[in-house]
Design a protein around this ligand. Structure first.
Ligand code: SF4
Ligand code: SF4
Length: 83
């Protein structure tokens, strides 16, 4: 399982700074950052630690098995970002 970021993300990158495995992208210094509408979690790299959740002021991050019903499409969208 992994954590999933949804479209309420405001791209302040607070989660990036606390992720111990650096699996949240695009980071501010990556070329994709400007055009991205939100941040994404790499499901292959996320270790499910939950450290990103409390720092997110927009409540955009959820465990994959607890994503709100109307945001389930973002499970696939997070994974697709890294394909
Ligand atoms: S902390 Fe929340 S709002 Fe900020 S970039 Fe991460 S997911 Fe987006
Ligand atoms: S749950 Fe942990 S490893 Fe996964 S994205 Fe959040 S901070 Fe990174």
């Amino acid at each position: 399982m992994a954590y999933v970021i949804t479209d309420s993300c405001i791209k302040d990158a607070l989660c990036v700074d606390v992720c111990p495995v650096d699996c949240i992208h695009p980071k501010k210094d990556e070329p994709q950052f400007e055009a991205a509408t939100q941040m994404y979690v790499s499901p292959a790299e996320c270790i499910d630690c939950g450290a990103c959740v409390p720092v997110c002021t927009s409540d955009s991050i959820h465990p994959a098995d607890d994503v709100p019903e109307d945001k389930k499409e973002f499970i696939e969208k997070n994974a697709a970002y890294f394909n």
